[in-house]
Design a protein around this ligand. Structure first.
Ligand code: BES
Ligand code: MN
Ligand code: ZN
Length: 497
């Protein structure tokens, strides 16, 4: 989808469709009222007749209004009078796309810039609009013989009466498009089946992404390399699989070499059967999504590099397939991690922390400003926070605050869970330095406690995206691309202060 910016007299704009708002109090937006005056009151007449009430999710298409160059005018409901919520704002964008996607118009002019969205300036509300339009247009039909129709709508113009708004609107489009391109990549990778998206496939994708831009460093460690580094924990997860594990790194230098890089680490379990601690059968197919942390860091990397942000960014992916077999790791096995700490693997289904801990130790060598890991780590996180909110934990309050703030700004929210010392004892093992599970209580927190044993050298935060990375079951099933918006915002904020 192409986006651009326009100003000037609304009624003279030639377009397939002009989109304007009306609220529940049946008050026309400034633009809608302006058009109503020109076309002899046809819009307000339709409202009076009751063809539209202005409730969020409603819309009314009007054709060939006198005095207006646009072929159509789409009136959309903005909900309650006063400031619009993020949720209603997104619903409005979804409604616009649903109506226009396969309608007659091939382009639309959105005269929505004037509408008030709660706590969002022109840039923020316009960016959210761009991202929601892109999100609504996403399709994944790679494996369908019969492809979905390509949307007829090809171009959206953000219109504002005031030429002075152009800079903010252009920035909203550039950022919104980059975040959406990253999110689309994350969704595509997440939706791929486990027989296609293996650790080797992720490594190829990462290298291909590196080639798309200048000056990206790509490194792929194979099992031999990892063995030499002492990554006994990560290798314990791939031991039962025919697919070799990979540790993938991409580095982007957007500012002076001496500036410490921001490091993101993604969990890349391309399929999680649970291993010998085998998972039950129901919905096991969804464990193809267990690499969504990896897909997220690639999506964020793509967004940051395409915006050429003046920061240094390194992303690491710890990738393996978790399978049961005669060579698989068994409950009770003890392995030595790269950090030197020994781990008693009491449950082979707690494998995410096992691959992450070695990647987190490896991260030390990049002298990071901070490290954020992203992982579909615990079913317990879905119990605690459901599907709307990412779990946030870490060892540095300022970093956690920055991530929570970025989540609010990007409408991709997280919520902090505590990492109090008392929880650490749940990981005690009679035989090794640490056990890989902490019992039935506070599973999300004890998983993060495990990671905290490997992240003492730098400010660190952990995002548990088990609930937010994909939508389960049903018609809507699929990767969401979260938390690409949150993390890209966090990195944008490193530049903008
Ligand atoms: N990938 C899963 C977590 C998961 C489960 C995410 C369901 C989304 C939906 C992870 O590897 C796992 O199996 N975790 C176990 C940990 C337990 C054995 C301590 C879990 O959550 O049950
Ligand atoms: Mn598991
Ligand atoms: Zn897993």
């Amino acid at each position: 989808m192409e986006f651009n910016v326009k100003h000037g007299a609304l009624e003279t704009i030639k377009t397939g469709c002009l989109v304007v708002g009306i609220n529940e109090a049946r008050t026309l937006s400034g633009s809608a009222a302006h058009l109503d005056g020109i076309c002899g009151g046809q819009i307000s007449a339709a409202v009076k007749r009751g063809d539209i009430t202005g409730k969020s999710g409603q819309s009314l298409m009007l054709f060939a209004l006198p005095g207006i160059s646009a072929q159509r005018v789409l009136l959309v409901g903005t909900g309650k009078a006063g400031d619009i919520s993020d949720r209603d704002w997104r619903k409005l964008a979804q409604k616009v796309v649903a109506t226009l996607k396969n309608g007659g118009a091939t382009d639309a002019v959105l005269a929505l810039a004037e509408l008030p969205v709660k706590n969002r300036d022109l840039y923020a509300r316009s960016r959210l609009l761009v991202e929601t339009v892109r999100e609504s247009l996403y399709q994944f039909d790679q494996f369908k013989s019969k492809k979905a129709d390509k949307p007829r709508l090809k171009k959206c113009t953000l219109w504002s009466a005031d030429k002075a708004d152009a800079d903010a609107l252009k920035r909203a489009i550039a950022h919104g498009q980059a975040i959406s391109d990253g999110t689309d990549l994350t969704r595509d990778l997440g939706n791929l089946p486990g027989n296609v998206c293996t650790p080797t496939y992720l490594a190829k994708e990462a290298k291909a992404l590196a080639k798309q831009f200048k000056g990206i460093e790509a490194e792929v460690l194979d099992e031999k390399d990892m063995k030499a580094l002492g990554m006994g924990s990560l290798l314990a997860v791939s031991a039962g699989s025919a697919e070799p594990a990979k540790l993938i790194r991409l580095s982007y230098q957007g500012t002076e070499a001496k500036a410490k890089p921001h490091v993101l680490v993604g969990k890349g379990i391309t399929f999680d059967t649970g291993g010998i601690s085998l998972k039950p059968g129901a919905s096991m197919d969804e464990m193809k999504y267990d690499m969504c942390g990896a897909a997220t860091v690639l999506g964020v990397f793509k967004a940051v590099v395409s915006l050429q942000l003046p920061i240094n960014l390194t992303v690491l992916i710890a990738s393996a397939e978790n399978m049961p077999s005669g060579t698989a790791t068994k409950p009770g096995d003890i392995v030595t991690s790269m950090s030197g700490q020994t781990i008693e693997i009491l449950n082979t289904d707690a494998e995410g922390r096992l691959v992450l801990c070695d990647a987190l130790t490896y991260a030390e060598r990049f002298n990071p400003a901070s490290v954020v890991d992203i992982a579909t780590l615990t079913g317990a996180c879905i119990v605690a926070l459901g599907s709307h909110t990412t779990g946030v934990m870490g060892n540095n309050d300022q970093l956690i605050e920055q991530l929570l703030d970025a989540g609010k700004q990007a409408d991709d929210r997280g919520w902090q869970l505590p990492l109090f010392d008392e929880y650490q004892e749940q990981l005690d093992s009679p035989f090794a330095d640490i056990a890989n599970i902490g019992g039935p209580k506070a599973g999300t927190i004890t998983a993060a406690c495990f990671l905290s044993r490997f992240t003492k050298a730098y400010p660190w935060a952990h995002l548990d995206i088990a609930g937010t990375a994909w939508i389960s079951g049903g018609k809507e099933k699929g990767a969401t691309g979260r938390p690409v918006p949150l993390l890209t915002q966090y990195l944008l904020n490193q530049v903008q202060g």
